[in-house]
Ligand binder design. Structure first.
Ligand code: DSN
Length: 432
């Protein structure tokens, strides 16, 4: 199914008829949709949080469940007509529980950020103290940025990664936790390429009397496939995104033990949301079903092999990688020590996008520059792996990236890299 180029059954699922109906009713929107489909096909998607969902997931999300309100939980709703909503949500929950070997899963959060907000609301009071990593240290907005609700409701203290190595130093985290005495420690990262030792963080949390929230948004699929250790059953609360490495419908989930189940469900609704987006819950059910198939484990293994190939290809060509490499789906390049030092985050992002290489500027640990125009770039391989890229193709991607980083103004280089990108895209069809 990789690349979704050979799944003949989907040709008969009504998708084309729906496209034709939309083109008839709203040609402008249909044209924008087609342009986006073409952009995804004709460029390399290396944004580490993105992927290409199967046609079945796309179909499930564009379904009649868009129409349905279903506040509450299966079997206990505020509205009538929920029998099928109950059935699909129960299916999503059952599959998620199996996938993560979990006691309780709430599948309603609209996103990973909402999942984090709900998890915090479930166990904290306003003014309680969170200890988390900020954007410069691979953290996420929803972990307590001052502009985010969490940063305004809770007292947020920070821990960092080692600015030299980029690694999480567990002893430093322990010292910080003992100093700060938090009510909640947030682990899990948006730009950390290494395996996280959840048990060690849980031990720190227990020693200082804090809850531990592990946000596995980026590595959801790697955890589901068993190729990264799972925090489920270790951390008190686990939040995940469902559309990144796991390729299911768009949104988030909260995973916890039975002891926190009611608090989590109440925190999601009415705490931070109203009606669940049932079309997304449907997409989650479908994607979780796909992730339970043996082929998904092979996909997750290929993600890691491809990320390592990309890391090796970049490092061999002179890039400085934060932490020196990767164990996961992404690499973080510190451009301050790579090639032309004037070409930092945003400028590098733009130069690469000009040639069809789409990734994002990203802060590196200890970054003195602002998160909007930081010193590094982050590249992830989940989407290219879905398209069927192998390690050889990833090395070609590394070559393209480095050639552009070395000579961003050279027209001939730009042409050659664009041609190489076109060839790689043509060799790895998507949704065709
Ligand atoms: N925007 C996502 C990321 O790229 O990491 C997280 O929400």
């Amino acid at each position: 199914m990789d690349g979704y180029g050979d799944d003949a059954t989907d040709a008969h699922d009504g998708t084309h008829a729906h496209d034709a109906a939309l083109a008839d009713a709203d040609p402008r929107t249909a044209a924008i949709l087609e342009a986006e489909r073409e952009r995804q096909r004709s460029s390399l998607q290396l944004i580490a949080s993105e992927n290409h969902a199967s046609r079945s997931v796309l179909r499930a999300q564009g379904s009649v469940f868009t129409n349905k309100y279903a506040e509450g939980v299966p079997g206990d709703r505020y509205y009538g007509g929920c029998e099928h909503a109950d059935e699909i949500e129960r299916l999503a929950i059952d599959r998620a529980r199996k996938l993560f070997d979990a006691e309780h899963v709430n599948v309603q959060p609209h996103s990973g950020s909402q999942a984090n907000a709900a998890a915090m609301l479930a166990v904290l009071e306003p003014g309680d103290t969170i200890l988390s990593a900020d954007l410069r240290n691979a953290g996420h907005l929803s972990h307590g940025h001052q502009a985010n609700l969490a940063g305004q409701v809770y007292d947020v203290e920070r821990y960092g990664l080692d600015p030299e190595t980029g690694l999480l130093e567990y002893d430093t985290l322990r010292e910080r936790a003992e100093d700060v005495d938090p009510d909640l420690i947030v682990s899990g990262f948006s730009a950390y390429p290494r395996t996280v030792d959840w048990e060690r963080i849980q031990a720190i949390a227990e020693d200082v009397g804090a809850f531990h929230l592990a946000d596995i948004a980026h590595i959801t699929g790697l955890v589901a496939a068993g190729v990264h250790p799972s925090p489920v059953g270790v951390a008190d609360l686990v939040t995940a995104s469902t559309h990144k490495t796991v390729r299911a419908g768009r949104g988030g989930i909260v995973v916890c033990g039975e002891d926190l189940a009611d608090a989590v469900d109440r925190a999601v609704m009415p705490g931070i949301q109203g009606g669940p987006a049932m079309h997304n819950v449907t997409g989650k059910a479908v994607g979780f079903g796909e992730a339970l198939e043996p082929a998904f484990e092979a996909y997750a293994e290929r993600v890691i092999a491809n990320a390592r190939a990309l890391a090796g290809g970049l490092a061999d060509r002179g890039c400085r990688l934060s932490t020196g490499g990767t164990d996961t789906h992404l690499v973080l390049v510190d451009l301050r020590e790579t090639h032309d030092r004037d070409l930092l985050g945003k400028a590098a992002e733009r130069a690469l996008e000009d040639c069809g290489i789409v990734l994002n500027a990203n802060a590196v640990p200890g970054d003195p520059r602002p998160p909007k125009d930081p010193s590094g770039i982050r590249a992830g391989v989940p989407a290219l792996t879905t398209r069927g890229f192998d390690e050889g193709a990833m090395d070609a991607v590394a070559e393209c990236i480095v050639r552009m980083l070395e000579d961003p103004e050279d027209e001939a280089v730009r042409r050659e890299v664009t041609e190489c990108v076109d060839e790689l895209c043509a060799a790895h069809p998507l949704y065709e």
